[in-house]
Design a protein around this ligand. Structure first.
Ligand code: ZN
Ligand code: ZN
Length: 71
């Protein structure tokens, strides 16, 4: 899943619900959505790791499968 800055189209690195653009020094809010039902995922934080959980029957979603979108 690739996210790009809507202003300068650089690649963004989503982390902890935010993505920082080093090109234009802006922070964007990122929402994690289920790749199956596109509902927002619950974010579970444990020991520095982040898990994503779909409350609509799809269970734990690995970070690679999460559909991030800018809000
Ligand atoms: Zn940018
Ligand atoms: Zn789901």
């Amino acid at each position: 899943m690739e996210l790009t800055c809507p202003n300068c189209h650089s690649d963004l690195e989503p982390s902890s619900g935010m993505a920082h653009c080093s090109g234009c020094q802006r922070d964007f809010t990122v929402s994690a959505r289920c790749p199956e039902c596109h509902q927002p995922l619950e974010v579970l934080k444990a020991c520095g790791a982040v898990d994503y959980f779909c409350q609509h029957g799809h269970g734990l979603i690995s970070k690679k499968r999460v559909a991030f979108s800018l809000t």
